[in-house]
Structures are given as structure tokens and as C-alpha cells.
Design a protein around this ligand. Structure first.
Ligand code: URA
Length: 247
């Protein structure tokens, strides 16, 4: 819910002071009734606002990043009532959709927005938006195995695209590595590791395109800066170049 004054100014029509003036002058209606109180509450999902008789179409887009914890579903409602990412977004105030999904047991960077065009573009595999993950495998992986992840391997839904793969460290029993993929298939990283006969013990998404998770704490969210959103918006030709550079 937002005040009418905010709705009018956020629609890009003018400043908040101007909006107050227009509302006071009777130029704004809500559900066909002229409202002259700038503090009148409006729900842009339900209410029809008109300015000088024309529908107000432009809604304010919001873009945010959440550090999804392990154990939260990327879904709106779960029949089993398990925690969902929406439990962490109760103070957002507008309905937002996730830009892609993270598995229940995956943590890390999740983008959410009410701008469906933006979401579709980021998720569209044609745009090759890079997603970077940190992975802990359940055993030591050889250079040859990391090479198979890098070059692409066969999964049941087809071969994977070339990926950027870098060993981070080996502990006594486990390999930790970084992988950047430009697709977003279901459980893709887990399935790629399983194709090697290994299992992912820990998976964290740390970046989407140029946007890293930074200092955000687990379970917390913040709005994207306009410049961050602009940098995320992939251009078809640049996206292709970025993906060829991965190899
Ligand atoms: N790959 C996976 O296997 N899981 C995720 O959540 C994201 C990428």
C-alpha cells in the first residue's frame, strides 16, 4: 500500500509537491471516485487510479537481492508449510517474483522484482547471464574431473555449455571449487557434479552477472542501486562475448 501522493509522483509525473497539488485540485480519481486527500492509501495491485481521466499504468518497479539461507524454498506457498523466501521479505510491501530459483539446500544470491520483463531477460538462457557458485564436493576431484565440468558434460537434458571452473582449495577429504555457468537448468550444478560420480555437500551462489552478494548477511535483503540494475541488464551481443570468455 502507498499513499496517493507517492503513487502519482512515482509514476514519473512530477514531484511529490506537484502531486499533492494535482490531487488537491481534483485531477486524480481512485476507482472512478475523485480523491483529494494525498494521504489516501492505494493498493496498485487492486485499485484503478486515473490522472486527468487517463489510467495510471506505470507502476514503480523494485529490484532487490536476498541472501537466501539454506532450508528456505524459492516458492510463494508450500503445502507442507516449510519456510519460504517470502517469510524473509515481509517488510517489502510489494509482491515480487524470484528471478530464477535456488534449491532448498542452496544458499546465496537471489534477485527478486515486480518487473517481469527484467526477470524474464535475466533468466532467458539466450542472454547467457553468468551465475557464479562456490561448491564443496564430497570427495577430492581431479584436474581431469574439473576439466570435464569446464568443457561441458552430458546431462539427461543435453550437454552443458562451457563453464568457468577454478579449484579454490582441497582439504584432506573435500574439493572446494568455483563454477560459473550461463544456463539455469534445474539443479544444474548438483547434476553436473553427480555426473562425475560425486555429490555436492554445499552450494552457495555468490554472483549473478556483475553483481556479487557482497557484505549482505544471510537471510537479509536490500534494494539494488539503479546502477546495479543497469549493469545487470544483459545486451545480447555482450552476453555472448562474456560467455565465450568463460572458456
Ligand atoms: N544449481 C543447482 O544445482 N542448484 C541451485 O540451486 C542452483 C544451481
Amino acid at each position: 500500500m502507498k499513499t496517493l501522493e507517492r503513487v502519482i509522483s512515482k509514476a514519473g509525473l512530477g514531484s511529490r509537491t506537484e502531486a499533492r497539488g494535482w490531487i488537491g485540485a481534483g485531477r486524480v480519481s481512485v476507482n472512478k471516485r475523485v480523491i483529494q486527500n494525498p494521504d489516501h492509501w492505494v493498493d496498485m495491485e487492486l485499485d484503478k487510479v486515473h490522472f486527468d481521466g487517463k489510467p495510471l499504468e506505470k507502476k514503480e518497479h523494485i529490484y532487490l537481492m536476498l541472501y537466501k539461507p539454506k532450508g528456505y524454498l524459492t516458492t510463494y506457498k508450500d503445502p507442507e508449510r516449510r519456510p519460504t523466501v517470502y517469510d524473509l521479505l515481509q517488510d517489502v510491501g510489494t509482491f515480487v517474483v524470484p528471478v530464477g530459483r535456488l534449491d532448498l539446500d542452496t544458499s546465496g544470491l537471489l534477485l527478486l522484482t515486480n518487473d517481469t520483463q527484467f526477470a524474464e531477460r535475466i533468466m532467458n538462457p539466450e542472454f547467457h547471464v553468468a551465475k557464479r557458485y562456490l561448491v564443496k564436493a564430497n570427495r577430492l576431484l581431479t584436474d581431469e574431473e574439473l576439466g570435464r565440468l569446464r568443457n561441458g558434460l552430458e546431462l539427461e537434458d543435453g550437454p552443458t555449455r562451457p563453464a568457468f571452473v577454478k579449484r579454490a582449495r582441497d582439504s584432506e577429504k573435500y574439493t572446494h571449487f568455483e563454477i560459473t555457468i550461463t544456463e539455469g537448468r534445474n539443479r544444474q550444478v548438483r547434476r553436473m557434479v553427480e555426473a562425475l560420480g560425486s555429490v555436492v555437500l554445499k552450494l552457495v551462489r555468490v554472483a549473478i552477472g556483475p553483481l556479487g552478494i557482497g557484505e549482505l548477511n544471510v537471510g537479509k535483503w536490500r534494494y539494488l542501486e539503479p546502477s546495479e540494475r543497469a549493469r545487470l541488464m544483459p545486451q545480447r551481443s555482450l552476453a555472448r562475448k562474456a560467455s565465450t570468455r568463460l572458456t
